[in-house]
Design a protein around this ligand. Sequence first.
Ligand code: HEM
Length: 150
Amino acid sequence: MNELHLLLILHLLGATIWVGGHILLSVVILPQVWKEKSVDKLFNFESRYEWFGMPALLVMLLTGARMAYLYNVKIDTWFAFETPIERVISFKLSCLIAIALFALSAQFYVLPRLKNNIEKLPLMTFHILSVTVISIVMLILGSFVRYGGI
Ligand code: HEM
C-alpha cells in the first residue's frame, strides 16, 4: 500500500463520519425536533457528535492537503482555478471555508439563541441543511480526481 492509498483510506473514513453524521442529523434528528417542537434532541446530538465530527473534518483537511501535494497541487497554486485537479482542490477548499462560516455562525449566533427561542429553528435548519449539501458536494468533487479533475 502506498502513501496516497493510505491517505485516501483515512480521508474516506473522515468523509464517512462527517457526511454520515450530517445526513443523519438532517433526515432523522431534525424532523423529530420539528415534530416535537423541542430542541433537546438537537443539542443532545450536537454535544455528542462534536467530539467525533470535528476531528474527522480535521483529518480530511490534513489528508486532503497532503494528497493535493502528491498530485503536485502545491499551496501556491491553490485558488488559481487553472488546472483540472487543482480546480477540484480549490473548489473543495472554498466549500470548506463556507462550512467554517456556517459553523461559526451556528456556534456563536444561532445555537445560543435557539436554546430558549424555538423561533430560531428555521435558521438553524437552514444552517444544517446547507452544511449537509456542501459536504455532499465535496464528496462528489473528490470523486472527480480519479477521472482527471474538472
Ligand atoms: C467534507 C469534506 C470532504 C469530503 C466529504 C471529501 C470526500 C472525498 C471523497 C469521497 C473522495 C473520493 C476518493 C475516491 O475517488 O476514491 C475525495 C478525494 C479527494 N479529496 Fe476530499 N473530501 C473532503 C475534504 C477535502 C479537502 C479539504 C481536501 C483538500 C485540501 C480534499 C482533497 C481531496 C483529494 C486530493 C482527493 C483525491 C484522492 C484520490 O482520488 O486519489 N478533500 N474526497
